[in-house]
Write a protein that binds this ligand. Structure first.
Ligand code: GLV
Length: 329
């Protein structure tokens, strides 16, 4: 019997391709091009499944053009590139890669927080530009991280891992806001206190955004929210572009509404709002929070394992949660 055909939409690890090859006829993308919607639709011709990354958009038009498609396995915990409701309507199963990236992503959130608050990239640029000619008492001074108040917006797995680092590693007072309050044992393990969104914005010295993208989270942090924050505060976004209004943030950074920001995700990435590029007090990284080798390999393997499980047992290992959609229309 011939093997089902699967498109692997971006270049992934050879060992994962080899695993997929045991079960599927794989269509690879060795050039690692980001397909336009039309190209993606064409490449999916005859495919039963696809391994996507956050760069591929799976929408109703694409599903209509490819009625043979049954499985969309995303190599990311977020899935706002996928219209989950349309997939359900077309009888297509969607999976994501939760858990395997939690600790690595939390490490990165903390790295970005430290780099931003302690002005590490700004200081390095100053040194490399040959401007460092003496020690001075107030050169590159900034706020402390240890002992300060960490606000976490979005207390899922990654938010909890960040809260634990803050509370247990840095002696921070951790407050959080979430759609629903955590149970008491989880709050106590994270040493975190539930507060309203207003309190979170007003009290945090460092605000970490870890909320998944959904239409209701669009611009959850805009001009009005930034104005509620302390002028000394830092804001870190490792969630998704679109949760923060990047234009409003750039303006807030330029006018001293908040002190600094660290961003790993952007509206319309890989484009970055030009005004953010003009800001001295922002640390910018190209969506790499999960980018340790071990974690990226684990993510690719889990996406591939989902395809194999669906083909062999009709059961996904990590289907996207029922009733949730992160779809960015
Ligand atoms: C990365 O952004 C992910 O959603 O896994």
């Amino acid at each position: 019997m011939s093997k089902p055909r699967v498109l692997v939409a971006r270049r992934i690890f050879p060992e994962v391709m080899a695993r997929l090859g045991e079960h599927f006829e794989c269509v690879a993308n060795d050039a690692d091009a980001v397909f336009s919607p039309a190209e993606l639709s064409q490449r999916l011709a005859g495919c039963w499944g696809v391994l996507t990354t956050g760069s591929e958009r799976i929408d109703d038009a694409l599903l209509q053009a490819n009625p043979q498609l049954r499985a969309v396995c995303n190599m990311a915990v977020g899935y706002n590139n996928i219209d989950v409701a349309a997939c359900r309507a077309h009888d297509v199963v969607c999976t994501n890669t939760p858990d395997v990236l939690t600790e690595t992503t939390a490490d990165f959130g903390f790295a970005l927080l430290l780099a931003t608050a302690r002005r590490i990239t700004e200081a390095e640029a100053y040194l490399r530009a040959g401007r460092w000619d003496r020690w001075s008492v107030d050169m590159m001074i900034g706020p402390d991280v240890h002992g300060s108040t960490l606000g976490v917006l979005g207390m899922g797995r990654i938010g909890q891992a960040i809260a634990k680092r803050g509370a247990h590693g840095f002696g921070m007072d951790v407050i959080y806001h979430n759609r629903s309050r955590l149970d008491a044992p989880t709050e106590s393990a994270c040493k975190a206190r539930y507060v309203s969104k207003d309190q979170l914005l007003m009290q945090a010295d460092h605000l970490m955004i870890v909320v998944p993208y959904s239409p209701s989270a669009h611009h959850a942090i805009g001009g009005a929210e930034l104005a509620q924050m302390k002028p000394t505060a830092t804001l870190i976004n490792i969630a998704r572009g679109g949760v923060v209004d990047d234009a409003a943030l750039a303006q807030a950074l330029q006018t001293g509404v908040i002190a600094a920001a660290g961003l790993d995700v952007f509206e319309g990435e890989p484009q970055v709002h030009p005004e953010l590029l003009n800001c001295r007090n922002v640390v910018l990284t190209p969506h790499i929070a999960s980018a340790s080798r071990a974690t990226r390999l684990a993510m690719a393997t889990l996406a591939a394992d989902n395809l194999v499980a669906l083909a062999t047992t009709q059961q996904a290992l990590t289907p996207v949660p029922e009733g949730l959609t992160g779809w960015a229309a």
